[in-house]
Write a protein that binds this ligand. Structure first.
Ligand code: URA
Length: 236
């Protein structure tokens, strides 16, 4: 790959800005300063540095975040902080975006990547990717709710949900449950409980397909996916 393209792809600015960096002598290949933007380098095997720092050349990043409440699942917002705002520049420069959305008050597993193809596959309704949520419900959740969710409930806009699996962890005036759905309609879990005259008071996503939220991640923390997690996600 051309050196100027490699540097531009790696977040060192436009081709023009990269040319200026090269002209200054800021860029070295294997320790030797290089000024030729057209030089071909293999980013996998030759070490390229800018001001002495190795260039982290890769096309895609894959992060798992434990989304905190109060933050928007978007790349930018005029009012609120977004999940992408929580990342340092070394990741933001890859222009990542969240795969799907969690409501502002929802917590938990959010995949953040710049791999549009993977994102598309995970969100495609045809792929039926299961997502499991933990929720606290104002109201007594019973087996009748489980049966209703398995059969499909009618939401406020008339949409009938696909079969979902309810696991009741605790049932009482306030209940705790896990619910696995394979679609992602707007406010889906909250609206499914509304269809049963019950209210979600706390919602956290635990899984997305084979990916499970790392229990070591506190609210707002994130880490890169392991190679194993990534290959499970891609080969699901
Ligand atoms: N269902 C909801 O109601 N909200 C979310 O954030 C995710 C699923």
């Amino acid at each position: 790959m051309r050196l100027d393209k490699l540097l531009a792809n790696s977040g060192y600015g436009s081709r023009k800005e990269v040319k200026a960096l090269l002209k200054q002598g800021a860029v070295s290949v294997e320790g030797v300063p290089v000024k030729d933007p057209a030089l071909h380098v293999d980013p996998e095997s030759r070490e390229v540095t800018v001001f002495g720092d190795p260039v982290d050349y890769r096309e895609f990043i894959y992060l798992m975040m434990n989304k905190p409440p109060g933050v928007i699942s978007a790349t930018e917002d005029t009012r609120d902080r977004t999940v992408v705002d929580l990342l340092p520049y070394e990741y933001r420069r890859f222009k990542p975006f969240p795969v799907g959305r969690l409501d502002k008050d929802t917590e938990g597993l959010l995949l953040i990547t710049n791999d549009g193809k993977l994102s598309h596959e995970l969100l495609s309704p045809k792929k039926h990717v299961g997502k499991t949520y933990y929720a606290v419900i104002d109201g007594e959740v019973t087996d009748a709710d489980g049966e209703a969710f398995r059969a499909g409930v009618t939401l406020d806009d008339g949409y009938v949900t696909k079969p979902a699996e309810l696991n009741i962890l605790r049932s009482g005036p306030e209940s705790e449950i896990e619910l696995t759905i394979t679609e992602g309609k707007f406010h889906q879990v909250k609206r499914m409980f509304e269809a049963r005259d019950k209210r979600v008071t706390y919602l956290k996503r635990l899984t997305m397909g084979p990916l499970e939220l790392d229990p070591d991640l506190a609210n707002g923390e994130w880490r890169e996916l392991s190679e194993e997690e990534l290959s499970e996600l891609k080969n699901r």
